[in-house]
Design a binder for this molecule. Structure first.
Ligand code: BEZ
Ligand code: FE
Length: 292
């Protein structure tokens, strides 16, 4: 569409006027943010020549996102995740540092005050799924072990639900533990399986209307903290899971794809635990960047 010079000028004048309305914002960062959001938003409107009906539909969509959001359901985060905004913000704020382990999305299912387990303990606590033995180390970027690092680990069960989604106060599939003197850790959990993000709300409708899947690649969440080091929020993903190519929240990084090696029923376990049926094992060596 070609616009007359007069129309272009009229549109540009409005953008300039709105940007100028923020000129006296005392906080320079807020001034920068407001100016940029206005310029980019208007550039979008003008690029797609948004109709009034489309703008009404957009307002209705955002209203629905607000209405479904409460203490347990954060649809705005799901929207940010599915638009890649969460991952972009993480990428910008966790720049690659030497060989440090890469970060990925936090997700909405972390819970403070998870139970502590000893080395070799089981985070499943009744969550259904195939047992999985996970071991590794936490070191700094020069390979020095970090003893006493705190690992928070959490995961969905094989039905695709986190404990908090059952609404019955159970705690399962989550725990924290600390690394040993040599920086090592080990625990039992369940082999991660793919699951859909909550998709019964407006974000789900957006995914359906655009032919996108709500599925997340199978993963196990980690948050690793140690004094003097950058906190790491990440996952490990399962090599061979087809959703690693099309994770609904764009969280997969090649370096985080891990072998979950299948073990047949009866295979000896590393700690002598008796396991009924097949199980798997995975190794995740975590490298923390120095703190800021
Ligand atoms: C999760 O991995 O738990 C998650 C991440 C983003 C959106 C929904 C769930
Ligand atoms: Fe998750």
């Amino acid at each position: 569409m070609t616009l007359s010079a007069e129309q272009q000028l009229r549109e540009q004048n409005l953008v300039d006027q709105v940007v100028a309305s923020f000129a006296h914002t005392p906080d320079p960062r807020l001034r920068e943010l407001m100016g940029a959001v206005v310029r980019h938003l208007h550039a979008f409107l003008r690029e797609v020549r948004l109709t009034e009906a489309e703008w009404t539909a957009a307002i209705e969509f955002l209203t629905a996102v607000g209405h479904i959001t409460d203490d347990r359901r954060q649809e705005f985060i799901l929207l940010s995740d599915t638009l890649g905004v969460s991952m972009q913000t993480i990428a910008m704020n966790n720049e690659a540092y030497a060989n440090a382990t890469e970060a990925t999305v936090f997700g909405p299912f972390f819970v403070d005050d998870s139970p502590q387990i000893p080395a070799g303990g089981d985070i499943a606590a009744g969550a259904s799924g195939e047992p999985c033995y996970v071991e590794g180390t936490v070191t700094d970027t020069s390979g020095t072990p970090i003893p006493g690092a705190r690992l928070e680990v959490w995961e969905a069960d094989d039905k695709g639900f986190y404990d908090v989604q059952y609404g019955d106060e159970r705690t399962a599939g989550r725990a924290h533990l600390f690394t040993e003197q040599d920086g090592s850790f080990r625990f039992w959990g369940i082999t991660p399986t793919p699951y859909p993000i909550p998709h019964d709300g407006p974000v789900g409708a957006m995914l359906a209307a655009t032919g996108r899947s709500p599925m997340r690649a199978a993963h196990l969440h980690f948050m690793v903290t140690a004094p003097g080091h950058r906190t790491l929020v990440t996952h490990i993903f399962v090599r061979g899971d087809s959703y690693v190519e099309r994770d609904s929240v764009f969280g997969v990084k090649e370096s985080l794809i891990t072998d979950f090696t299948p073990q047949p029923a009866g295979a000896a376990t590393p700690d002598g635990r008796a396991v009924d049926g097949p199980w798997s094992r995975a190794r995740f060596d975590i490298v923390l960047a120095p703190g800021d």
